[in-house]
Design a protein around this ligand. Structure first.
Ligand code: CA
Length: 230
């Protein structure tokens, strides 16, 4: 897809707006800015952007409540731009339907990668799910429920397989602990990360050469997990 996507930036710090515009405009993206939440909501309505970059700390409306309002009627990808001091709201934002987050200060490459991933996932969302995941030595064949590492079949328990395929189908995106738990163990599951952590430790022992320095499944501290994108 050509980068003609419309990106709406809702951010009250002008220097961050300028920085992001300088990165995105040369890539061909059409960038629009709103400096308050109210302005942002208006522009979402009139512009129908393809992607929203949303600062959580806005002067008038809380970014979190913008996500709630937008998710009531639109599935436009939202990437939260958060300050380090807002770790907790980051998780809330993701659980309310934000697609991803990026923490200030961030670099050009990181921002571009996040945007590409969010746009691509949104494009594919109504298509058939991926049939295969392949990164370096790891191959997952979703139709045959097979996981191979360096050509060798890896035996996973049912829960482990469900976890790996959930993360792989969402490769590149962060999945919060809560969203993973509710998708694997159901919405009424005990929201205790322990069982998830134990399963992830087992999975890493099977898939990662060095579980302390994973190549495929990364921990987003305090938030969840992100599987490496193809
Ligand atoms: Ca702000």
């Amino acid at each position: 897809m050509a980068n003609t996507a419309k990106i709406l930036l809702i951010e009250d710090e002008k220097n961050i707006c300028n920085f992001i515009e300088r990165i995105l405009a040369p890539q061909g993206y059409q960038v629009f800015s709103a400096f308050t939440g109210r302005e942002g909501l208006e522009q979402i309505n009139t512009l129908r952007p393809d992607l929203i970059l949303l600062d959580l700390g806005l002067p008038d409306i809380d970014g979190i409540s913008i996500i709630e309002q937008v998710r009531g009627w639109s599935s436009t990808p939202i990437i939260v731009v958060s300050a380090r001091t807002m770790e907790k709201s980051k998780v809330t934002a993701l659980d309310l339907g934000a697609d991803d987050y990026i923490t200030k200060p961030f670099g050009t490459a990181e921002l571009m990668a996040r945007i590409r991933t969010a746009l691509r996932h949104r494009q594919n969302q109504n298509a058939y799910p991926n049939k295969r995941y392949e990164v370096e030595d790891l191959v997952i064949d979703f139709e045959r429920r097979l996981v191979k590492l360096k050509g060798q079949e890896i035996h996973l328990t049912q829960i482990e397989y469900k976890l790996v395929s959930l993360l792989a189908q969402n490769a590149g995106r962060v999945m919060t602990y809560e969203s993973i738990i509710s998708k694997i163990w159901g919405p009424y599951a005990d929201n205790d990360n322990q069982i998830l952590r134990v399963n992830m430790a087992h999975i890493r022992r099977k898939l990662e050469e060095n579980p302390a320095e994973p190549r495929y499944i990364f921990t987003e501290i305090g938030v969840g997990y992100r599987m490496r994108e193809e």
